[in-house]
Write a protein that binds this ligand. Structure first.
Ligand code: G3I
Length: 434
């Protein structure tokens, strides 16, 4: 039933900012990583710019990380490696992420951070970034921009995709992506680039290329885009959704012309293009006990064994009010086995759509329980919500992804009128260990 529903339904590091939380004893499964020992208080965190600061947030003012942190540290140094540390706590102090190990081993931030009133401050208490997908389409709306200040990490929803950034071969257009980055920098938020290689939102000129030309275009695209954003993003979704639901390689222009090697090539091109950002593989339905989750796990394991540069895995987490896809216990199994490979895991595109007898309280509980599973693990370094208001969720246009005969998806933390929903409290509670 679940598999059938799934087939029908889905086609398709990090340093806290600003909020000074005294590291408190971990009370969960955590150990005693030395909070506050992280290197690199952000070559990225404090960039002041002329972008739009809203709601009184200081432009670039939140860059000085007060605890932990690897965001600005060079890849290959302790920063990236340590954030990938799999233990709950006890991650080597002094390795650039000691703060993460100690503070987020359990729910230890709760006491010291009980006064946190924003999601980003609550996230900082356990040393993780709280992100949101933003789009230029709505940034000029004051309520949209004000709500965005709850977060300290931004993923551009569409503005860095291939069709936008390289609409003609060799002609790069960055205005759309730049606007998001400027907004983020003006409001003390870090940025994750999204996404370098995907089967969607591609320009048509790629279709005419043969194998060698396509591989060269892949390399040139990665180099061009990453060079432009070097120093302004802390991570990239390098490859997005390369596997199909049954765990096989997804049929796409990439797999058809280049075979599975395009994934590895993309990561190698990306590391060469910018050694200072984290490189993620990003996918959906890898949170549950599905073949696709196994395929991604095996790929990451292979990459780690052979030295293919990968720093983390994004579990998209487009989920539902029903306790499936993923059931929390299956999520935990997948989280822990990926973390054990020595990569970071992030929840990269979370939303919880109403299904069946969905209620506000069920949605709140789903958000809570899933976020709590991440918070309990130091290697789960960021949680990103895929949008701000229900009004603009991508799911509104995707009837194929909505639960048949069910309620409108309403999958986010603010309702159509920018009122906070119980789901907001569910996330806040989980971040504060409640
Ligand atoms: O740019 C055109 C615009 O010119 C035109 O007027 C308009 C008319 O509808 O369409 C615009 O393109 C839309 C684009 O977003 C930018 O707004 C596309 O129709 C629309 O399909 C596209 O949707 C995006 C979708 O990815 C594409 O697959 C969603 O905004 C975005 O939220 C969604 O995000 C993806 C992640 O990148 C990867 N993981 C899954 C996630 C949800 O599908």
């Amino acid at each position: 039933m679940r598999n059938l529903a799934k087939l029908l339904i889905w086609v398709a590091g990090i340093s806290p900012l600003g909020f000074a939380c005294a590291p408190s004893p971990a009370v969960g499964g955590g150990g005693a990583g030395a909070g506050g020992s992280g290197a690199a208080a952000g070559t990225l965190g404090g960039i002041a710019s002329g972008g739009r600061a809203v709601g009184g947030a200081p432009a670039g003012g939140a860059g000085a990380s007060t605890s932990g942190g690897e965001a600005g540290s060079p890849a290959g140094s302790g920063g990236v490696a340590a954030v990938a540390g799999t233990g709950n706590g006890g991650a080597s102090a002094g390795s650039g992420n000691g703060g993460g190990g100690g503070a987020s081993g359990g729910t230890g931030g709760a006491t010291a951070c009980a006064g946190a009133t924003t999601l980003k401050d609550a996230g900082s208490c356990t040393n993780r970034l709280i992100g949101v997908a933003l789009t230029n389409r709505h940034l000029d709306e004051p309520e949209f921009a004000a709500a965005a200040l709850q977060f300290n990490y931004v993923t551009p929803e569409d503005e860095m995709k291939w069709d936008v950034t390289e609409p003609q071969q060799g002609t790069f257009t960055f205005a759309e992506g730049d606007a998001i980055v400027e907004f983020a920098e003006a409001n003390g938020m870090k940025v994750k680039g999204h996404t370098l290689v995907w089967h969607n939102q591609l320009p048509s000129w790629l279709d005419a290329l043969n194998e060698a030309q396509l591989r060269a275009a892949l390399k040139a695209h990665i180099e061009g885009v990453m060079a432009h954003y070097a120093g302004r993003v802390i991570a990239w979704d390098v490859v997005n959704e390369a596997f199909d639901d049954d765990g096989s390689l997804r049929s796409s222009i990439w797999s058809q012309k280049l075979g599975q090697s395009f994934i590895e090539d993309a990561f190698r091109f990306a590391r060469a293009a910018d050694p200072n950002v984290k490189l993620y593989y990003n996918d959906y339905d890898i949170e549950s006990a599905y073949a696709k989750a196994d395929s991604v796990y095996e790929m990451v394991k292979d990459f780690k064994q052979r030295g293919v540069p990968i720093d983390g895995v994004g579990m998209q987490m487009h989920t539902r009010t029903t306790d499936e896809d993923p059931p929390v216990p299956e999520l935990i199994v997948n989280l822990d086995r990926l973390l054990a490979l020595g990569v970071e895991v992030v929840l990269s595109e979370m939303d919880v759509r109403y299904c069946a007898d969905g209620t506000d309280e069920k949605q709140k509980k789903r958000f809570h329980d899933i976020v709590a599973a991440c918070v309990a693990r130091s290697g789960c370094g960021a949680i990103t919500i895929w949008g701000i208001t229900d009004r603009y969720s991508f799911l509104n246009d995707r009837t194929d992804l909505q639960c048949a005969g069910s309620l409108p998806p309403r999958p986010l933390l603010w309702n159509d009128d920018y009122q906070k929903k119980p789901s907001f409290d569910g996330v806040m509670d989980a971040l504060l260990g409640r």
